[in-house]
Design a protein. Sequence first.
Lengths: 270, 287
Amino acid sequence: MRFGVVIERMSRDELEEFATVADATGFEVIVVPGGETGWRDPLVVAEFVGMLAPTPRILVEVHPGLDHPLLLAESLASLDAATKGRLEVIASIATVALFEERGIDATDAATRHEEALDVIRSAWRCLPFRHEGRHWTIPARLELNGPRLPNDVQMTTRPNQFSLPIWRRSNGKAGHVIDRDDGIVGATVDVQRDALVTLDAVRRASEIGVDVVLCQFDGGERDHAIRMFSRAIAPRFRAAAIPLSIIEQLDEEVEEFGGRDSNRSDRRPG
Amino acid sequence: MVELLSNSRLAESAGFRGVWLSEHRLWYDGYDATPLQTATRILARTRSLRVGTAVLLLPQHHPVEIADRAAQVGELSSGRLDLGVGLGYRNIEFDALGLERNTRGARMESSLTALWRRWSEISVEARPTLYVGAASQPALERAARHRAGLVLPGGWAPIVVQKAVEIYRTASGGSRPPDTAIVRHVWVTADSRVAGTVTNAVIRLLRDQYGGMAELEGGSELHPGSAEPLREVTVGSANQVIEMAESYRAVGVNHLIARIHNPYLPAPMVEDGIVSLADGVIEDLRT
């Protein structure tokens, strides 16, 4: 099992500290959500975080189909190169409100979304390609653009990864579940001040086969919560087999943060 | 990217006010298809340096996307973004995005209005400083209508710049541009061999970038620099560079954007160019 932190809207100083601490405490993923979290542009935030936290994978939520997919492909390739191949995306269908802001009819949101993903996959190879779909023709070869137009385009913004890992939101058993296109499953967990409550939530996620737990920390005691989670909870579930001596050490950590764990069923391979 | 970040930190420590990025796409000339993302990386690693775009090709984007992206950059950098926007000219770029190139002027006009409308919802501190790249009277008048600063072509002589500022003042009802920047290739050196190497690299860069694209598209709108590249180049002693800068300051330019980086020059030489310009010129020109 791997662990990530979800970065909600905060100030630059808070973001700088949060990203740095998440990296230093071993979180494998940093998630930059879109939608109603308040970030105006998750891609910019992902760029910022990528510069401050050099190790975790960066999972950013984007809306294929909202703007021209070639522009989004360039943005993602650029971010992937800058983060040395650590980029993954949650591909969400844009809301009606986002389409209305751009003066676009949201009726075809789903088909625009899927076609945009096709364009992104084609562009990602950085080879010449053509696309003729319901919503976009690339290149368009418009007469008014002159007689000497190429028959194809080739994205020259080169990503680092051979293919872009893409997640989609879905409604799973644990709620707030996301699925990656290769079958990896993720779920969000609200990290509570009480370590036992949090431990139970992660244990439940583990029991239903979640591969990546994405932790949402409340603003108030975020630093404390991150350190608690990274020291007392995450190690139990990362290793394939944990020696009893380590479990006992972790039990002491849990006690330190509050509560005694009487459920010994977690003393099994994580 | 490593070189860009390193040069940006060098520029900050050397006393430059900012660095500038430029946008193009789908071609192998080293331009940046995502300048606001690159700007974010530089701003994340610096504390006082400003980052600008000269220019971002606004008609190729949806203005709401650019407004939000620029505002986010501004919020994360305490307002250190200078957003310079321009029309763009390459047919293949517009065509790849399903746009007719001859609509770029109208798109720019509506997009500038949309930017200001969107930014009215965010704090003044986070708003980028807006510049318009202007190489024609309609563009100058458009910049004036939207209260934007100017980014002017480096090949314009001071007397042409003076006329441009007058056009802006007339269109704005008497106001001068809030900022007037000019982009020129600049290098401080007293060594004739270095001067020759740098000048040749600049000529090669301009002819490859602009001449090559024009040849590909079969058009006649060569960038002026490709025909007379030396018009936008000042390579010489510190006094010569200062004299050039003062000639533009006298007609209203308050911002010299020096093109130093060149893919045909080795990285250590570019670093020397940054330092020599800072050492020889910045303090004399800063008032």
